[in-house]
Design a protein around this ligand. Sequence first.
Ligand SMILES: [Zn+2]
Length: 77
Amino acid sequence: MFIDTSVPGAPGGEPNWPFCRSCKQEILVGQRSRTIDFSSPNPALKKLGGTYHETCAEPVMRVKRSYEMLRMRRPGA
Ligand SMILES: [Zn+2]
């Protein structure tokens, strides 16, 4: 497996290189990313939380928004 060790800003090989949760590709330096945090007791939704490319985050943001709207209507859901 090819590992690029010449990434600027990652001395010593940063093991927690961000991977997009949607497309599973690395989020490279200079690419816009978004971290989505689901404050939900639902583990299926919580699993959606993480870091995404900004474009990949859009559908997840829609899920999050509709979920939060549901929550507002049904507190405790
Ligand atoms: Zn992505």
